[in-house]
Ligand binder design. Structure first.
Ligand code: GRG
Length: 290
């Protein structure tokens, strides 16, 4: 199954890359620089969140066409968040996805504009997606906008920047992980389930799965921040930045990542064999090195 998931990841990556290219076609020469900056950061990456939307959608028998715009939107939101995260007044990172961060190449002003434009394009892609019905588009747009606002990325980033260094405790790190990482994972998973017309209980199962996988993913990210190699990880490694590993130690962090993954897997029981690809994704994510 691990070989299959690798092929699957590659296939989805290709599809999403194609969608992103289509989503960022510019017809206004005056803003070429803005599109260049947006496209620069929208390119690359593992596309894990898009994979999530696709695997959940597949489980409900959704056609590839009906998932493409939503999966692309999720990745555009993620890209926008990475641009912002790297800015000097945020994490002040120079390297992202193995290349100079957006603001290093295009300047902070352009980077911020590109990030905002990507968020707008992401939501519009969903709202204008004629392959899915209007109610579903609205429901997905609602979930996505929540995922990066007060209920998601912005909230997590705020606490990360303003509180964590002063009040380091487990509940704060948990809050940050839930908002900064798990929120977008959950939105990606739920979006796939909504397109697939999942029942309330199925939607809840996907929410539980995604949330716990998001937690595990962030813990692995924190572990890589401490023990990772900058070349493989492709972004600045923040050895001095407080994170989950510094709070509980590397061994305990590993245990926690496994615990969250197991919790996530338990939520898939209701789907039986149909969830095998999601199960394979979980093992892939826990073993990742970048
Ligand atoms: C309003 C969009 C928005 C954001 C404002 C800056 C910010 C608040 C939040 C930062 C959120 C953030 C960047 C969280 C880190 C999540 C994380 C684990 C990123 C790495 O994800 P990977 O490994 O990256 O999937 P690739 O490069 O593979 O896509």
């Amino acid at each position: 199954m691990s070989e299959k998931i690798n092929t699957f990841l590659e296939e989805i990556k290709r599809t999403v890359d194609g969608e992103i290219e289509k989503a960022l076609v510019n017809n206004e020469p005056l803003i070429d620089g803005l599109y260049k900056s947006a496209a620069y950061s929208a390119g690359g990456g593992k596309r894990v969140r898009a994979v999530f939307t696709n695997l959940v959608g597949n489980m409900f028998g959704v056609s590839q066409d009906a998932m493409n715009k939503t999966a692309c939107a999720v990745e555009l939101i993620h890209a926008a968040s990475l641009i912002m995260d790297d800015l000097p007044y945020m994490d002040d990172s120079q390297l992202r996805r193995g290349k100079p961060a957006n603001h290093v190449v295009f300047g902070q002003d352009v980077a911020l504009c590109a990030s905002i434009a990507l968020l707008g394009r992401a939501v519009n892609l969903v709202l204008e997606d004629e392959t899915i019905d209007l109610d579903t588009r609205n429901a997905i747009a609602k979930i996505l906008t929540h995922s990066y606002g007060f209920e998601g990325l912005a909230a997590g980033q705020f606490v990360d920047l303003k509180l964590k260094r002063k009040n380091i405790d487990y509940s704060i790190v948990e809050f940050i992980n839930a908002k900064k990482t798990a929120a977008l994972f959950t939105a990606a998973g739920k979006a796939g389930a909504l397109i697939g017309k999942a029942s309330e209980s199925e939607l809840q199962a996907i929410e539980d799965y995604s949330e716990n996988i998001g937690f595990a993913f962030q813990i692995v990210d924190d572990i890589l921040d401490v023990i990772g190699d900058v070349k493989t990880v492709g972004k600045d490694i923040e050895h001095d930045k407080m994170n989950f590993v510094m709070l509980v130690g590397e061994k305990e962090a590993e245990k926690k990542a496994i615990e969250y993954t197991e919790k996530a897997l338990a939520s898939l029981d209701v789907f039986g064999d149909k969830a095998n690809e999601l199960r394979a994704l979980s093992s892939f994510l826990i073993k990742r090195v970048s």
